[in-house]
Write a protein that binds this ligand. Structure first.
Ligand code: ZN
Length: 330
């Protein structure tokens, strides 16, 4: 039995993961006042589940941060105070079992692949930013140090808008297909067109929020529709690129913005169909993520289960898996 932990900006979810099911789940609000408070909250949530399930064999943790996978050290973390924290070591010490820490988008992609039984999958998580995950032959692709695959920061337009993420680039996928990008585009249009429907949605913060934008688009407002058309076009360009590079069986679209997929996904698929290499396009399925609310927890659990079974890709990971197993049993 393994535990999966999904650390989000607002809540920490923990559950025991057996096969594809998350059981004995708990959710606690994420305390972001300080690193110590965050870790204490995380520990309390995990201990609550352990009281029901007993000591797990391992714990997988997904965090909204860049993680050096082999060491489990958090490299950068914008929304929660984990930057520089050796999370794998710290949690391993607290719980006395092997701990594996990965980026949350990687965990979501792993969950999606395992839930659907897909071995080769690319997932884009469209939220405030854009997360990406690549599963190849059933395993997470992470690059040399575990910091990949940041699919959201692939350049679509070198002269595009500044990336809203923790990123020096312009015109990344995240600069076009994130919640922040939608709000930026809607706000700019609203400011340019006084008296328009969107301009009436400008809030006290001077911005049009995503909810109002979606509502306007659903009611056929031409400005809101234009924002989603541009979004869909750029998403389609990115989808075609990722299909060409990775040749997945499935490219899944998840994240909070995907709840508005009726406003962009068909259009994005049409765009991608005109751009992707035909032999690859014929063989790929583009679909909304099926993992649901538990995907983050399940992905973290699958990760831990793979690691303790020694099913890992690079040599580096295997070596670490061993040393952690030893450490945990000391
Ligand atoms: Zn970027």
């Amino acid at each position: 039995m393994v535990l999966g932990v999904d650390v989000g900006g607002t809540k920490i979810a923990v559950a025991a993961v057996t096969g594809m099911a998350a059981v004995h789940g708990v959710e606690h609000p994420t305390v972001i006042d300080s690193t110590e408070a965050l870790l204490a909250g995380l520990e309390a949530a995990v201990r609550e589940v352990i009281e029901d399930t007993g000591q797990p064999e391992a714990i997988g943790v997904g965090v909204p941060s860049q993680v050096e996978y082999a060491t489990g050290r958090v490299e950068t973390s914008v929304n929660i105070p984990l930057e520089g924290v050796p999370l794998r070591e710290e949690l391993g010490r607290r719980f006395g079992v092997p701990v594996f820490v990965d980026n949350d988008a990687n965990c979501a992609a792993l969950a999606e692949a395992h839930i659907l039984g897909e071995n080769d999958l690319v997932m884009l998580t469209l939220g405030t930013g854009v997360g990406g995950g690549v599963v190849t032959r059933g395993l997470t692709f992470r690059g040399a140090n575990g910091l990949g695959a940041e699919l959201g920061h692939f350049t679509l337009n070198p002269d595009g808008p500044p990336c809203p993420g923790n990123c020096p680039n312009r015109g990344c996928l995240e600069a076009y297909c994130s919640g922040q990008a939608l709000e930026r585009d809607a706000t700019e249009l609203a400011q340019d067109k006084p008296g328009s429907r969107l301009s009436e949605s400008l809030g006290p913060d001077g911005k049009v929020n995503g909810h109002d934008l979606v509502e306007a688009a659903e009611q056929g407002d031409p400005d809101a529709t234009l924002v989603f058309d541009n979004f869909a076009r750029m998403l389609g360009v990115a989808i075609a690129g990722y299909v060409n590079v990775f040749e997945p069986d499935r490219l899944a679209i998840g994240g909070g913005v995907s709840r508005a997929s009726h406003l962009f996904l068909e259009r994005a698929e049409r765009e991608a169909a005109t751009r992707a290499l035909p032999a690859l396009w014929r063989r790929v399925t583009i679909a909304l993520a099926q993992g649901g609310a538990d995907a983050g927890v399940i992905g973290a659990g699958v990760l831990a289960a793979q690691e303790i079974k020694g099913i890992t890709t690079p040599l580096r990971d295997t070596a670490i898996g061993h040393s952690m197993t030893t450490e945990g049993s000391e």
